[in-house]
Write a protein that binds this ligand. Sequence first.
Ligand SMILES: [Zn+2]
Length: 132
Amino acid sequence: MFKGLRKILTAFLAQNSSCPLKVTESFFNSVEVKEKAPSNEEIHDKTFIKVVYNQESYWCLFRCPCGCRRVISLSLQQNHKPHWKIIVSESGKPSLFPSVWQNQGCKSHFWIEDGEIRWCKNTGMEPWIAVK
Ligand SMILES: [Zn+2]
């Protein structure tokens, strides 16, 4: 049931973690847990969705925080490369590791830390150019 989602994986695993961090106000205030992946229309701005089925985490989905609203879907499955990890704080806000770097469209590069978006200085650059 999650097979088709693999094709729309647009994020790029960042190799350098030395990004200077610019913080915005809290963006994702909670994590919405769903049993199956929602359609793009069901994903609202500032909504962080985690797909969990049979107690296994499969995907997280949210709209790009830069304003382009592209749906970003990231694998949480450890046998996928790349895959991401979510840590939910006591207040229910998500942190995401590692960073997200879109290899299409806006090429946004950011971290999510305790619901806040931390923009990397090289956001907007092609990952394959910026990491040279
Ligand atoms: Zn964007």
